[in-house]
Design a protein around this ligand. Structure first.
Ligand code: GLA
Length: 757
């Protein structure tokens, strides 16, 4: 080992450096992850010093009496040698023996990002815009190998990690847990930010100080889930959106995950992320490999917003693929909240006609078009058009919609089976149930066993037939329940089932997205229950939440924006009172919030007045003009520099801050409110900007016909001080300049660079 001692690995992206070394005992010691360091910096000094023994500490060996694993930083940790933190690797290799000791053997560097044979979603590189370091470790005694992959995506400032475990022993071993990534920080003065909630309130931001002991954020639903996101951040306490240090992590995985954040007795911080070990137990036979899901990490010294921009760049360049990668997404009309299950061809065509008149481009028939699907108690699995609703079949309705000049899309939920279905009659053993137990159900349905090849084949062939018959341009792929009663007729053990399921799902999605490369695929799991980078390797975009309430959406979309770019987020304008909260809001405000991402509508256009339809028409016209910005611009959560009212301010900007659009959303009106400031920290300080508010129709809450605001301001003022906006209505008079925003009301400000100073 002596020849490798102090071998240092240094990984550089555009603005960050990551470093670790082989220490005197052959272990990989983590040295640094942060702001880019000078080229010739020596890392020696960064090794954590252990010059005194630790009372009650376990020394690595008699010969290494002053080496205490419990307060060192490692790249990958095991248990049994004195490190009492949660291990990254936990393997039962012989009837309960779990002490392993991995040391460096060799490494290599390759250009690009290798595609591993994991059956999992993974990121990709194009040409040589990434490079990969692979470090091999071996247990000191047994031929069990670990290959650590580090891929640097230079321009995104992202490093992705993957671990491959190889069993070269002569017997099987059991993986109890195997993290996708580990970082040991030398101190624990951090805030943890997680994105939590439940169905219809996904990814609300949850920021707190890291405390002693372990915080585990995980899913055991079988999918990423609504309750927690696999995305999380570690920030310095003084970190803001624009300043300070922040690390963000995300998994390229759609199954049960766990993120462990552990403040240690020595005041260090261990961060682990990977498959949830509680629902995992993997038998690795002699000669087999196990490849974990890829983990993604980024560092920003310029606040949390920059970390988000890094992840957005990474998602758009290394996750989303195919023809939709850079293509503007159409404006959708979706039938769900407009008519639910209550429709026939006549009603659909009427809606489509109205949709077309307003400028909508894609018409999607949501749930209810197949078999006897008149409610959510039946027919999942029977993917045949309901000819009572559509007498000329899928081909007929599709061609009628196409002839109107609209694209055509369908909702499907291929992973499911209803007890009341022909499919269940034919294949009762295809559902995930335990034969001798009454199965629990979610939304009256059961899940198909995707670990079985014949079931995967059925899904691929039935979906291919539907997509072909319907000449579909778009597919919404839904998944509306969590797992229960886990068992499989195939001999996969429980601990392997959920991961094998995800592999099966990815296999199906891979086949279908390759067979239908032109189709725009949208993922959904009762809204945003599967909003993760794994899904986005196949699905071009995701239905952000079943909750379309304007106020709830500001929280959901803001939380989602921490890790996911706006072109992946689908936002629809729906009716008022809102169907999830019964909240009443202004249709213009609903639009203003929905246009930060991919816009759509789900309301009954046919019963709407012409005036209302015209409001939508104007909204769509405005969105089309600015679509490239809303879908592919850089997204900023603006600093909270406003007066008394509780506001959300977002900005979307093109590359050189020439064109910016800002949302100014007000939670509730307060009387006599004080000043509101609009500040754009990233404005070009050498330019002059003109600012105007989008002309909105007067709606329920407005007491005057129109309201216009115009400002002209130099970029340095806009960036550093911000401009005070006109007064809001304050219970006195209301003149032309007064801003009348109302509860849950908002404005869009259009900000254009007019010239240089
Ligand atoms: C899920 C989706 C909704 C809608 C319904 C249809 O809840 O998230 O958007 O498609 O299913 O059943």
């Amino acid at each position: 080992m002596a020849s490798n001692e102090n071998l240092v690995f240094r990984l550089d992206s555009c603005n960050t450096t990551y470093a670790f070394k082989v220490n005197s005992t052959g272990h990989l010691e983590h040295l640094y992850y942060g702001k880019k360091l000078n080229e010739n910096t020596s890392f020696d000094v960064l090794s954590l010093k252990q010059t005194n023994p630790i009372g009650y500490g376990i020394s690595y060996s008699e010969n290494n009496n002053n080496l205490f694993f419990d307060n060192l930083s490692f790249e990958i940790s095991t248990s049994g040698k004195g490190d009492f933190r949660t291990p990254a690797v936990d393997i039962d290799y012989n009837s309960g023996l779990r002490t392993l000791d991995f040391v460096y053997t060799e490494h290599k560097e390759i250009s690009g990002k290798p595609q591993l044979d994991s059956g999992l979603a993974q990121s990709y590189s194009v040409d040589s815009d990434a490079s990969t370091l692979i470090v091999e470790l071996k247990d000191k005694i047994l031929p069990i190998y670990i290959h650590l992959y580090y891929t640097v995506f230079y321009k995104s400032d992202v490093i992705s990690r993957c671990t491959v475990l190889e069993n070269r022993t002569k017997s099987s071993i059991t993986i109890k847990s195997l993290a996708s990534m580990q970082i040991d920080f030398a101190d624990s003065d951090w805030n943890l930010v997680s994105f939590d909630g439940a169905w219809a309130r996904e990814r609300n931001i949850n920021r707190r100080k890291v405390q002693e002991g372990k915080t585990v954020i995980s899913s055991n639903l079988g999918i990423t889930g609504h309750n927690h996101s696999s995305l999380f951040s570690i920030e310095r306490p003084d970190c803001t959106e624009q300043n300070g240090e922040c690390y963000s992590f995300s998994l390229v995985y759609s199954g049960n995950f766990e993120n462990i954040i552990e403040k240690t007795p020595y005041g260090m911080l261990r961060v682990l992320s990977g498959i949830n070990h509680e629902t995992f137990d993997w038998k690795l036979e002699e000669g087999e490999l196990f490849i974990v899901p890829e983990a993604v990490m980024t560092y920003s010294s310029e606040g949390t917003n920059k970390a988000s921009l890094n992840l957005h760049h990474f998602t758009n360049n290394h996750i989303i693929r195919g023809i939709w990668k850079r293509k503007e997404r159409p404006i959708t009309f979706n039938t769900w909240e407009a008519v639910h299950f209550d429709y026939d061809e006549k009603r659909i065509l009427e809606l489509a006609k109205n949709a077309k008149n307003t400028g909508i481009e894609l018409f999607v028939i949501d749930d209810g078009w197949f078999a006897n699907r008149d409610n959510d108690r039946q027919s999942l699995g029977d993917w045949f058009v309901n000819t009572k609703k559509f007498p000329s079949g899928l081909a007929g309705i599709s061609s009628k919609i196409h002839r109107m000049g609209l694209s055509f899309g369908l909702w499907v939920e291929p992973e499911m089976i209803s007890r009341r279905s022909m499919l269940f009659g034919e294949h009762p053993d295809w559902a995930v149930v335990i034969p001798e137990r009454e199965p629990s159900v979610g939304r009256n349905q059961m899940i198909l066993d995707l670990t079985r090849q014949e079931i995967r084949d059925y899904i691929v062939s039935s979906m291919s037939r539907v997509f072909t018959e319907g000449s579909v341009d778009y597919v919404k792929w839904d998944m509306n329940r969590a797992f229960s009663d886990i068992a499989s007729l195939k001999t996969v053990t429980n601990g392997m089932f959920l991961h094998r399921y995800i592999q099966g799902l990815y296999d199906i999605m891979d086949k279908l997205t390759k067979a239908f490369p032109e189709v725009l695929f949208e993922g959904s799991a009762a809204g945003g229950g599967r909003f993760d980078l794994g899904m986005l390797c196949y699905m071009n975009q995701i239905w952000t939440s079943d909750n379309t309430d304007v106020l709830a959406r500001t929280a959901i979309q803001e939380g989602t924006s921490y890790g996911f770019s706006l072109n992946t987020m689908i936002n629809h304008v729906t009716t008022s009172p809102n169907l999830q909260t019964l909240r009443i809001s202004d249709i213009e405000s609903r639009f203003n919030v929905a246009c930060f991402g991919v816009l759509g509508y789900q309301l009954d256009l046919s019963s709407m007045s012409l005036t209302r339809q015209n409001i939508i028409k104007n909204q769509i016209e405005f969105y089309k003009k600015n679509r490239a910005l809303f879908q592919f611009g850089s997204f900023y959560r603006l600093p909270k520099t406003h007066g008394l009212s509780d506001r959300t301010q977002w900005a979307i900007s093109d590359q050189d801050a020439n064109n910016i659009i800002v949302l100014d959303f007000q939670r509730e009106t307060i009387a006599n409110p004080g000043h509101e400031i609009l500040r754009i920290p990233f404005a070009d300080s050498s330019a002059v900007y003109e600012i105007s508010s989008r002309i909105q129709s007067s709606d329920t809450l407005s007491i005057k016909e129109t309201e216009t605001e115009q400002y002209r301001v130099s970029g340095d003022i806009l960036a550093n001080a911000g401009i005070p906006l006109n007064s809001s209505f304050s219970g006195t008079e209301c003149n032309e300049g007064t801003r009348v925003i109302g509860d849950f009301g908002s404005r869009l400000y259009i900000i254009k660079k007019v010239n240089k100073n």
